[in-house]
Design a protein around this ligand. Structure first.
Ligand SMILES: *[C@@H]1O[C@H](CO)[C@@H](O)[C@H](O)[C@H]1NC(C)=O
Ligand SMILES: *[C@@H]1O[C@H](CO)[C@@H](O)[C@H](O)[C@H]1NC(C)=O
Length: 255
């Protein structure tokens, strides 16, 4: 009886090893559970190994490396993991405390600047989900400081126009491309932002293929807590939507 079973087992086993065809013949639908099962197991293994590496890197599994180490009892593993995570959180918190305030955001796309009136200025909105925001908040086109101090603020805006590819031809024989950086002091009236810096130029863009111009400005400025910074530009409909072309940043230099 047992011998028969064993032979049966061997046969099956060898079928599995040598008879690849056994597994090629079933229909697609028969494969699916197998594939999903395999993927699930692989996924679990991945998670397990990631956790192991994490614990290892944080030094919690050092004892396992000892040659004489006995298998860690299941009972111990939970407190160890909890301790590890508590420790990581604590480290993160203390790291956050002595982090330098810094922010860098690319322009938010798609841009919705309908006006092509060259006299209109627009506040640029930035993509807060692609970039850095550490101890600086973002709200409605503005950086809002969490800490007072001496900061360096910079902004770059590129403008471009390809007349031959434009859906609607515009007159660009006399365009003003100006960038303004404003400081909104928390203690002052919101209606009176202070102009920190302006730069740009006027152009007669006569190249039918492609015209491009970039403005970059930067300067130091003393900012108070909850102060805001924002960038206005003329002719925002010409803004380059690429994150390398148009961005805004600030970082703290000292107290
Ligand atoms: C900046 O642009 C906005 C339009 O988006 C405008 O309402 C505001 O008055 C401008 N600010 C300054 C100081 O020019
Ligand atoms: C712009 O340049 C074009 C071609 O060089 C010229 O014909 C036109 O008069 C210029 N426009 C202005 C406003 O200077």
């Amino acid at each position: 009886m047992a011998a028969n079973d064993y032979r049966g087992y061997l046969r099956n086993h060898m079928d599995m090893e040598h008879g690849g065809s056994r597994f090629q013949q079933p229909t697609q639908s028969a494969h699916k559970p197998l594939i999903f099962g395999t993927l699930a197991v692989m996924g679990l293994l991945q998670v397990a190994s990631s956790v192991t590496i994490l614990l290892h890197l944080t030094g919690y599994l050092r004892e396992v490396d000892l040659p004489s180490a006995q298998p860690i009892e299941e009972v111990h593993s939970e407190p160890i993991i909890a301790d590890a995570f508590r420790d990581i959180k604590k480290k993160e918190r203390s790291r956050k405390k002595d982090q330098t305030p810094v922010a860098h955001l690319p322009v938010k796309t798609p841009m919705d600047f309908a006006s092509t009136d060259s006299k209109v200025v627009t506040t640029i909105h930035w993509n807060q989900f692609h970039g850095t925001l550490t101890k600086v908040k973002y709200h409605d086109g503005r950086f809002v400081m969490e800490e007072q101090g001496l900061y360096y603020v910079y902004a770059k805006t590129c403008f471009r126009y390809a007349p031959d590819h434009a859906s609607k031809k515009q007159d660009v024989s006399n365009v003003q491309l100006i960038q303004y950086i404003f400081h909104e002091s928390h203690t002052q009236s919101k209606l009176k932002p202070v102009l920190l810096s302006k730069s740009g130029g006027t152009f007669n863009w006569s190249d039918p293929n492609y015209n491009m111009y970039c403005v970059q400005q930067g300067r130091s400025v003393r900012l108070g807590q909850s102060d805001g910074l924002f960038v206005n530009v003329s002719n925002s409909w010409l803004l380059d939507p690429e994150p390398e072309g148009t961005y805004f940043g600030v970082f703290k230099m000292s107290t």
